[in-house]
Design a protein around this ligand. Structure first.
Ligand code: PGA
Ligand code: ZN
Length: 428
């Protein structure tokens, strides 16, 4: 049984305040969760409650913290912490809104995460084992940012993430090492070109002085080669276009500021599919806007059998939105972010729904992160198969990748690693 629930203010990787919750059990076992925060957030996400007052530019979380300590804490004390579903249902019920806007998804998720860790710590087992039982043994294929753009780099380029996915490595650790080598090679190329080696919000290189978005793709191929690998064979390219950020819903057009181009949805699909022909791209996220179902359908008809197409802002980890995608045959993968939906139970249900409908779940961090590693365990507990947590630099990112390395070691010979076979479940 829970003895106490305590929320406090801590800070995330963008120097913004966020909510940390500690749940202490009667036997003094403690569980802790720290809530992440996005910048290119989807319109249909659960509501992150910010104070909106002068402190921290409106980004204070004192109201959310107050909601945990005053409203949620007293009503959690009689529940068995091992019953995560009961805890999460209680949290949802107390809030009483469909998008967690009354108490805040950040208040609710902090409690949900802390309860989950308290349960695992009570049994003295790792969280992935606690949530996933003995079947949890699939290590995720990493999707790692090399260059950060869009809202994560002050819009220096329009496209948000240029990432790589190792495809020839037989284990997670070997795959991740390849990625690290590519990241360091990209740094050398930046230095060689006289570009400053500064980094964007998720640790990827800051795209200074780019003439076009496509330059990022060329640079990725060069970096893969400089690191001694073959693009398309050893590592593939993934893009998060985050196109909702530059979509004009009234005109139905896409504005690429860097190139001073405005594209119709057909032209946007054309540009992406040209890139897929020219470069070894194996995954595109939010190629079209969260408001543009028609454009998303066009893109899926064009590329959905060839590469992974992920809905992030489009689906916002929400089963009802994913159901619509499945019915319309839009995309073939879902980005999974705990704070888009707001509880651990709902996140797991969304992953299962995704898998049961032949779509691929990609468990993801946010651009504002902390040392919290819950998502790594969630990915392994559900055998999700893929993990995206930003780049290979900055401790809030390496906290997650390093946790996978530790779990790989702990699993030993029982570990499974899908490598590029991970895409097969979606017929790619
Ligand atoms: P966000 O970015 O956390 O700022 O939303 C991550 C993503 O778009 O995948
Ligand atoms: Zn995204």
């Amino acid at each position: 049984k829970i003895k106490s629930v305590k929320a406090r203010q801590v800070f995330d990787s963008r120097a913004n305040p966020t909510v940390e919750v500690d749940i202490t059990l009667k036997d003094e076992t403690v569980g802790r969760g720290i809530v992440p925060s996005g910048a290119s957030t989807g319109l249909f996400e659960a509501v992150e409650l910010r104070d909106g007052e002068e402190t921290f530019d409106g980004k204070g979380v004192s109201k959310a913290i107050h909601h945990v300590n005053e409203q949620l804490a007293p009503l959690l004390l009689d529940i068995d912490v091992r019953d995560q579903k009961a805890i999460d249902s209680r949290l949802i019920e107390i809030d009483g809104t469909p998008n967690k806007s009354r108490l805040g998804a950040n208040a609710i998720l902090g409690c949900s995460m802390a309860a989950c860790w308290a349960g695992a710590n009570y049994y003295k087992v790792p969280l992935y084992r606690y949530l996933g039982g003995s079947a949890a043994n699939k290590l995720p294929v990493p999707m790692v940012q090399i260059i950060g753009g869009g809202a994560h780099a002050d819009n220096a380029i329009d496209i948000q993430d240029f990432l790589v996915i190792p495809t020839s490595a037989p284990t997670f650790s070997e795959g991740y090492e390849m990625v690290v080598n590519v990241y360091n090679a990209a740094k050398m190329i930046f230095k060689g070109a006289g570009k400053p080696v500064s980094i964007a919000d998720e640790g990827g290189l800051w795209p200074t002085g780019f003439q076009s978005n496509e330059e990022g793709l060329k640079l990725l191929c060069e970096s893969i080669e400089l690191a001694g690998y073959t693009p398309g064979q050893d590592l593939g390219i993934a893009l998060d276009i985050a196109s909702s950020e530059f979509y004009d819903p009234e005109r139905g057009t896409y504005r690429l500021e860097l190139e001073e181009k405005t594209l119709t949805k057909e032209e946007m699909v054309g540009m992406l599919s040209d890139w897929v022909d020219k470069y070894p791209i194996i995954s595109i996220e939010d190629g079209m806007s969260e408001l543009d179902w028609e454009g998303n359908l066009l893109l899926t008809q064009k590329l959905g059998k060839k590469i992974q197409l992920i809905g992030d802002d489009l689906f916002t980890t929400n089963i009802e939105r994913i159901r619509k995608g499945v019915e319309m045959k839009v995309d073939n993968a879902v980005l999974i972010k705990m704070n888009q939906i707001g509880t651990i139970t709902e996140t797991i249900e969304t992953i299962e729904f995704t898998q049961n409908h032949g779509y691929l779940p990609v468990v993801s961090a946010r651009s504002g992160e902390t040392e919290d590693c819950t998502i790594v365990h969630l990915a392994i507990a559900t055998n999700a198969g893929q993990l995206k947590v930003g780049s290979a630099a900055r401790s809030e990112r390496t906290a997650k990748w390093n946790e996978v390395l530790r779990i790989e070691e702990a699993l030993g010979s029982s570990a499974r690693y899908p490598s590029k076979g991970v895409f097969a479940a979606a017929g790619i």
